[in-house]
Design a protein around this ligand. Structure first.
Ligand SMILES: C[S@@+](CC[C@H](N)C(=O)[O-])C[C@H]1O[C@@H](n2cnc3c(N)ncnc32)[C@H](O)[C@@H]1O
Length: 449
């Protein structure tokens, strides 16, 4: 068996140690993107591949560790190393039993069984903080290779192990979608496709696809202005990035720019704009007097960078730091014609791209975020002109950040009218998903006189 995902420059034992640090960080509440950004470049691809895979299997691996080592190790790095190694070992054993087990999943890192055991023990031995646990690592992994069937029979009835999401998350989806919760959770454990949004000011879908074709990159188009690649690639390996021909944006996320009606000359507010994906989409479609607002100064820098690369940073675009729930701090009193309210949310609809999110969130975050959304929506509503449109959008699949929010908003604002809108988009659910797009919620309101 070949080791498909080892880094050319780093032995697997070191990649395991780094990946374990990332998993330890996520379990302590740190975002994976932040810690990956700090990983030395030569190791990043291999560490990311293993960390993503382990996070998609973490509930399973944790329940195996609990079965084999009921008392949680005091050293969190050791605990993470055990879980990383158990996840890879389980994968290796699946492939040993059925070589085609992951034939449709090029993202899954596959190593030989003996390689995982050997490298995990070597990893423990190489670190002063772990060396005394080398025997434990060896014993746990070898016992798993001998008793796998019996251990899995115990473990796989537990929701966290079966679905690789926290128990409260599984319960919430089960309650909200009694028919579809399993399909949703299955979809959440697979990577999403890479979709590009074509910058219509610089390119077209037809032209981009022809150039991709010439470069040997297979693609299709899920709909207006979008191109989905058969295989994800680094942005610089795709023609046209530096020329501002396109941006990476999921197909469900692209609906925001397609749903909010904008025309040349309109006054538009993008109220939670950073890093600017949807801002750019609006500006690609019409010459607008646009305010891109966000409360996070660092993220706002990315709005400027993105608009600059796409050639959209004209003088009619204002980038401002501000709290969307406090228009008194940033609004000049002139009503907007259109508002995009792509509000902060739990991001439960994009876990397939950010597999750490499910482990970072707490159950109470859902209600807390929904409350923040309600206050932002009501504040923004006061800045919308009569006849204007406001699009409420979240990348969530929890009803509190979707349908329930809409009902509460309509009850608070009698002059708000809900226009035909996609509502809840559910990845992996036939009839409720959008091509192979992420989980999103959209509701378009207009303001009556
Ligand atoms: C879902 S993201 C926006 C993504 C962005 N619309 C895009 O398509 O690139 C939500 C954004 O809301 C911002 N945010 C959170 N609380 C806010 C507030 N009270 N006022 C304004 N922005 C806020 C966050 O900093 C984050 O950038």
């Amino acid at each position: 068996m070949s080791d498909t995902h080892s880094s050319p420059s780093l032995p697997l034992s070191e990649v395991l140690l780094l990946s374990a640090r990332h998993i330890e960080g996520v379990l302590a509440g740190k975002s994976l993107s932040d810690s990956l950004a700090a990983t030395p470049a030569p190791a990043r691809a291999a560490v990311q591949s293993i960390s993503f895979h382990v996070l998609r299997r973490l509930g399973h691996a944790r329940q195996i560790r609990i079965t084999l080592v009921p008392r949680q190790p005091g050293n969190a790095w050791l605990d993470a190393l055990l879980m990383v190694s158990l996840a890879l070992l389980d994968t290796a054993m699946r492939v040993q039993a059925d070589p085609d087990a992951f034939a449709d999943r090029p993202d899954v890192p596959v190593y030989a069984v003996h390689t995982v055991v050997d490298q995990a023990v070597r990893a423990a031995d190489s670190q002063a903080a772990l060396r005394q646990s080398k025997g434990l690592v060896n014993g746990v992994l070898r016992r798993f290779t001998r008793e796998r069937d019996a251990i899995l029979a115990q473990v796989e009835s537990r929701p966290e192990a079966r679905w690789n999401h926290p128990g409260w998350w599984v319960k919430e989806l089960r309650r909200a979608y009694p028919r579809d919760w399993e399909a949703l959770l299955e979809a959440a454990n697979r990577p999403g496709p890479m979709t590009l949004r074509v910058n219509q000011r610089r390119c077209t879908v037809e032209r981009l696809r022809a150039v991709l074709d010439e470069a040997g990159i297979a693609s299709s188009s899920p709909g207006t202005g979008a191109v989905t690649l058969d295989k994800a690639l680094p942005v610089h390996a795709i023609p046209g990035f530096d020329l501002g021909w396109w941006s990476v944006q999921d197909w469900s996320a692209q609906q925001a720019g397609l749903l909010l009606p904008v025309r040349d000359g309109m006054r538009v507010l993008d109220a939670c704009a950073a890093p600017g994906g949807k801002t750019a989409h609006l500006l690609e479609q019409a010459d607008l007097e646009l305010t891109a607002l966000d409360s996070d100064a660092e993220r706002l820098q990315r709005v400027s960078q993105n608009l600059h690369r796409l050639g959209l940073d004209g003088e009619r675009v204002q980038i401002r730091r501000g709290n969307a729930a406090r228009p008194d701090q940033w609004w000049d009193g002139k009503p907007f014609d259109a508002i995009l309210a792509d509000v902060p949310c739990t991001a439960s609809g994009i876990v397939r791209r950010h597999p750490d999110i499910r482990w970072l969130r707490r159950e109470s975050d859902v209600a807390d975020t929904a409350r923040l959304q309600a206050s932002i929506l009501s504040a923004l509503w006061s800045t919308l002109g009569v006849g204007g449109h406001m699009l409420y959008s979240t990348c969530s699949i929890f009803p509190a950040e979707g349908q329930q929010q809409v009902e509460a908003f309509l009850a608070r604002h009698p002059k708000a009218e809900l226009l035909p809108s996609p509502g809840q988009i559910l990845p992996g659910v036939p009839g409720r998903s959008l091509a192979d797009g992420d989980g999103f919620f959209y509701a378009l309101f207009t303001r009556r006189a």
